[in-house]
Write a protein that binds this ligand. Structure first.
Ligand code: PLP
Length: 382
């Protein structure tokens, strides 16, 4: 194969997404400006309808972030002080923060060494009389082992709140003998939570989030919680929050939702190039479980001497990132929980060697080849 000398490769590229749909976005945003329905305008309800249909659940509530989708879902389920919620120790900190905001205690569980999602075999050990819920995180774009998690939840009567903030459009495969039932990420537990942070597979032009559910009572509580506890303009049934999805965001997201499957397919194509180009190298590639599709929000590999490798790639103008360098039990913010180094050996080990390679739907094959060549060169050199 031809050795490529120089090619800049950004880790992400939000601008190219926008270029592709610029005129449609401009048109829908102008419509909002004309209507002046900035708060809970018609695009919010239309986007909720379309996104709930896309996920396969009956109801969706547009919120101001993925963090609030998790927090308000926990509140809607009456989880608070004195309660415990099981959370994987290796995720973005917002998953645990949402639990802490309610006054409940996040209880960490180690991850599976292959998929990096919560180790479902270790969940039961973490359950106590105070446990009220499990938050599986569909990390990097792949679902956690939901068949096992749902069984545990049923056995101990726990709520399941899916953190699908990185897994828009991923699919879970429930197997029953030869039958396979396919369900979208976020549409398995009591409630599914999504983030529309600009770099997500479905990202807005600012913050945004969504909670999807099939339970009407939960839906009604979420509607009140996001809008100051309102039941009418100046009548408030509960102490709610201001966590509404902006109409401008919803208008943009409605346009982008039409591209989600196409862009996810493109991510899978790019992943398959990486797999092919790196298969005989020292790089540990992502493991795709047979129970989930992978939408490659993040393409995370493991490499020896990770920091030096990242530095070398950066010197070649290749953007990388680390998701995540510090597991939650070692974060200063969670010191008060009393965990110590060594408590979650898998997460600790993975966090030392994990490296996210460039991944977005607009990467070219040439760029992927360049990244793979430079990555192999880095491993041999550093
Ligand atoms: C796994 C996970 N959970 C929660 C969140 C929080 O979402 P937001 O940034 O929209 O609050 C994120 C966002 O990065 C995430 O990746």
């Amino acid at each position: 194969m031809e050795k490529l000398k120089y090619l800049k490769v950004n880790f992400l590229d939000v601008q190219q997404h926008l270029n592709k749909i610029f005129f449609s976005i401009k048109k829908v945003l102008l419509e909002v400006f004309k209507r002046n329905d900035f708060i809970l305008g018609e695009d919010v309800f239309e986007f909720e309808r379309c996104f709930s249909r896309y996920c396969g659940y009956s109801f969706a509530v547009g919120l101001n972030s993925g963090t609030d989708a998790l927090f308000l879902s926990l509140k809607a389920l009456d989880i608070g002080e004195g309660d415990e919620v099981i959370v994987p120790v290796f995720t973005f900190i917002a998953t645990a923060n949402a639990v802490s905001y309610t006054g409940a205690r996040p209880v960490f569980v180690d991850i599976d060494e292959k998929t990096y999602t919560i180790d479902s075999e270790k969940i039961e050990k973490a359950i106590t009389k105070k446990t009220k819920a499990i938050i599986p995180v569909h990390l990097f774009g792949q679902c956690a082992n939901m068949s096992v998690i749902m069984k545990i939840a049923k056995k101990y009567r726990l709520h399941v709140i899916e953190d699908a903030c990185q897994a828009h459009g991923a699919q879970y495969y429930f197997r029953n003998g030869r039958k396979i039932k396919t369900v979208k990420a976020g549409a398995i537990g009591d409630v599914g939570c999504f983030s529309f942070y600009p770099t997500k597979n479905l990202g807005g032009f600012g913050d945004g989030g969504m909670a999807v559910t099939n339970k009407r009572t939960l839906y009604r509580r979420l509607l009140q919680l996001r809008d100051c506890g309102r039941i009418s303009r100046y009548k408030h049934a509960i102490i709610g929050y201001n966590s509404r999805l902006d109409t401008l965001q919803a208008a943009g997201l409605l346009v982008k939702l039409n591209y989600l499957d196409e862009w996810n397919r493109r991510r899978k194509q790019i992943a398959s190039w990486y797999f092919d180009l790196l298969k005989d190298s020292k790089v540990i590639l992502p493991c795709c479980a047979d129970y989930s599709s992978h939408v490659y929000h993040i393409f995370a590999v493991r490499v020896p001497k990770r920091d030096k490798v990242a530095e070398f790639l950066s010197s070649c103008q290749i953007g990388t990132a680390i998701h995540y360098p510090i597991p939650l039990h070692l974060q200063p913010a969670y010191k008060f929980l009393g965990y110590k180094k060594g408590d979650f050996p898998v997460a600790e080990k993975i966090s030392q060697s994990i490296l996210s390679l460039p991944m977005h739907p607009f990467l070219t094959k040439k760029q992927v080849i360049f990244v793979a060549q430079k990555l192999k060169e880095a491993i041999d050199k550093v």
